[in-house]
Design a protein around this ligand. Structure first.
Ligand code: HEM
Length: 491
C-alpha cells in the first residue's frame, strides 16, 4: 500500500514540476529579437535620452542595428521594448493595429487627452470616428471651406509680426488659431487667447514627469479641466443655437462642431449615428484634434524655414515658385486651391522636412498576442516601437539619407513610396490631418516668402528629446519685401 501511495503522490508532483519547467523553458525558448535590456529598472533609457538630446540621435539605433539587426530588444521608459527599424515590419505593425497590436499610452497621457479621445479609442468605435475625422478634413472640405480661412488667418498673423520673432512660437500660435477656427468657426480674439494660455499649460504636461503635486504635470491636469470647461460651455451654447436658430444651420455645418452636433441630431443623449452620447465625449474629441495637429504642424513649418535658410539654392527655388504665383494675382488676393496645386517644389520641401526632421519619429504599440515577425516572437503584452525615423534616414533607401535634399522628391509621389515614407503613420491610425497639415504649411511658406526676407538671429540647434524642436525656438530677423503682386508691379 505504501509504495502505491507514494506513487500517487509522486506522479502528480513530477507532472507539475515538468509542466512548470517546460513552461519556463518554452518562455526562454521564444526567439526574442536580440538585444540588451541594459541596467535594472533604467534599462537603456539614459542612453536613448542623451542621444536624442543632441543634433545626431542616430547612433542609438545605428549601433544596435549593426550589433543585433533591424529588429532588436531594448528596455526604455520602464519596460522592455522591441524596436522595429525595417520598413516591411513597420508596415506589418501599423496594418495590424487592432488585431495583433494596439496603441498604448501611459495613464498620465490618457488623463491629459481625455478618455474619449480618438487617439485612445479602440475597435469599431475607433474605426467609425477615424473615418468621421477624415471626412472633416479631406481635400474637398479643405478646398471648399477651410482654405479661405487658412489663407486669411496666416496673413493676418504675419502682418502683425515685429522685426524679430521666434518662429516656433509664432507657428504654434497660427496653428492653434487655425484649429479653433476649423473646429468651431471662431476668429482669434480674447476668448481664443485665454483658451490658448491654459492650453499651453496642458501641452507642457505631456513632457513633464507625471507627479500629481506641485509639478508641470499637476498644473497641466488643472489647466486641462479649465480648457475642457471652456469647450463644454461652447458646445452647450452651440447646441442651444442649433435648436433655436434654424438659419444658423448652414454655417454650423461648415465647422467640425457643427457637423458633430448635426450627427447626433443636436440632441446630445443617445449618441445619434456618430457615437457621441454626451458633451464630455465631444469635448475630448475636440481637444484631441487640437492637440494632434498642434506641435506637429507648427514644428514642420518652423523646420522647413530653418532647412531652407541653411540651403540657399532651395530657398532661391522656392522663392521663385511663390513669386510666380503672387505675380499672377491682384494685390493680396487670396490663394486658391489651384495655387496650392501649383507649388511642386514646396511639396518637395515639405516632404524632405518631414523625412529629415521626423516630428513623430515612430509610434508605440503593444502586442495583444505573441506575434511572429521576421523570424522572432514579440511576446504578448510587450511594447513595440515602429521607428519611422530609422527607415527615413537609412542610406539603403535614401541616397545620402542624412542630408536635406528637397530635389530628391521631384517627380516622385510620396504616396507611392509605400513603407519607405510614413511621416503620417499608416494603417487604421493613419493621420487624418495629412492633407490639412500640408496645405497649412504651404500657405504659411507662401506668405512668409512673399512678405519677408529673413536671416537666423542666432545659431540654433535641432534636438529630438522630448520632441523634435530647435533649442532656441528659431529666432529670425525679418525685413518686409516690396510686394511682388501684379498691382504693385503696375504702380
Ligand atoms: C506635419 C503634421 C503632422 C504629422 C507629422 C502627423 C503625424 C501623425 C502620425 C504619425 C499619426 C499616427 C499616430 C499613431 O499611429 O499612433 C497621427 C495621428 C493623428 N493625427 Fe496627425 N500629424 C500631423 C498633423 C495633424 C493635423 C493637422 C491633424 C488635425 C486633424 C492631425 C490629427 C491626427 C489625429 C486625430 C490622429 C489620431 C488618429 C488615430 O489614432 O486614429 N494630425 N498624426
Amino acid at each position: 500500500m505504501a509504495p502505491l501511495l507514494l506513487l500517487c503522490l509522486l506522479v502528480p508532483l513530477c507532472l507539475l514540476l515538468l509542466a512548470v519547467r517546460s513552461s519556463r523553458f518554452a518562455h526562454r525558448k521564444l526567439p526574442l529579437p536580440p538585444g540588451s535590456l541594459g541596467l535594472p529598472l533604467l534599462g537603456e533609457t539614459l542612453q536613448l535620452i542623451s542621444a536624442y538630446k543632441t543634433e545626431n540621435p542616430e547612433p542609438f539605433i545605428d549601433e544596435r542595428v549593426t550589433r543585433y539587426g533591424a529588429i532588436f530588444t531594448t528596455h526604455v521608459f520602464g519596460e522592455p521594448t522591441v524596436f522595429v527599424t525595417d520598413p516591411e515590419a513597420n508596415r506589418y505593425v501599423l496594418q495590424n493595429e487592432g488585431k495583433l497590436f494596439e496603441c498604448s499610452y501611459p495613464s498620465s497621457i490618457s488623463n491629459l487627452l481625455g478618455r474619449h479621445s480618438l487617439l485612445l479609442m479602440k475597435g469599431s468605435l475607433h474605426k467609425r470616428m477615424h473615418s468621421l475625422t477624415m471626412s472633416f478634413v479631406n481635400s474637398s472640405i479643405i478646398r471648399d471651406h477651410l482654405l479661405v480661412d487658412i489663407d486669411r488667418l496666416i496673413k493676418l498673423n504675419l502682418d502683425s509680426w515685429p522685426s524679430t520673432v521666434f518662429l516656433l512660437d509664432e507657428a504654434k500660435k497660427i496653428t492653434f488659431e487655425l484649429t479653433i477656427k476649423q473646429l468651431m468657426s471662431l476668429d482669434p480674439g480674447e476668448w481664443t487667447e485665454n483658451l490658448r494660455k491654459e492650453y499651453l499649460l496642458v501641452i507642457d504636461g505631456f513632457f513633464g514627469l507625471p507627479i500629481p503635486f506641485f509639478t508641470t504635470y499637476a498644473r497641466a491636469i488643472k489647466a486641462r479641466a479649465k480648457v475642457a470647461e471652456t469647450l463644454r460651455r461652447k458646445v452647450r451654447e452651440r447646441r442651444r443655437e442649433y435648436y433655436e436658430e434654424e438659419k444658423e444651420k448652414e454655417r454650423k455645418r461648415e465647422d467640425m462642431l457643427g457637423s458633430l452636433l448635426e450627427l447626433e441630431g443636436g440632441g446630445g443623449g443617445g449618441g445619434g449615428g456618430g457615437g457621441f452620447s454626451d458633451d464630455e465625449e465631444i469635448v475630448d474629441f475636440l481637444l484631441a484634434l487640437l492637440v494632434a495637429g498642434y506641435e506637429t504642424t507648427s514644428t514642420i513649418m518652423t523646420l522647413a524655414v530653418k532647412f531652407l535658410t541653411e540651403t540657399p539654392a532651395a530657398l532661391a527655388q522656392i522663392k521663385e515658385e511663390h513669386e510666380e504665383i503672387r505675380a499672377k494675382k491682384r494685390g493680396m488676393e487670396a490663394l486658391q486651391w489651384s495655387d496650392y496645386k501649383a507649388m511642386p517644389f514646396t511639396r518637395c520641401v515639405i516632404n524632405e522636412t518631414l523625412r529629415v526632421a521626423n516630428i513623430i519619429s515612430g509610434v508605440f504599440r503593444r502586442a495583444t498576442t505573441d506575434v511572429n515577425i521576421k523570424g522572432y516572437t514579440i511576446p504578448k503584452g510587450w511594447r513595440v516601437f515602429a521607428s519611422f525615423r530609422a527607415v527615413h534616414l537609412d542610406h539603403e533607401y535614401y541616397k545620402e539619407a542624412r542630408t536635406f535634399n528637397p530635389w530628391r522628391w521631384l517627380n516622385k509621389n510620396p504616396s507611392t513610396q509605400g513603407n519607405l515614407f510614413t511621416p503620417f503613420g499608416g494603417g487604421p491610425r493613419l493621420c487624418p490631418g495629412y492633407e490639412l497639415a500640408r496645405v497649412e504649411i504651404s500657405v504659411f511658406l507662401h506668405h512668409l516668402i512673399t512678405t519677408f526676407n529673413w536671416e537666423a538671429a542666432e545659431v540654433d540647434r535641432l534636438v529630438f528629446f522630448p520632441t523634435t524642436r530647435t533649442q532656441k525656438r528659431c529666432p529670425v530677423n525679418l525685413s518686409r519685401r516690396k510686394s511682388t503682386s501684379n498691382t504693385a508691379m503696375k504702380i
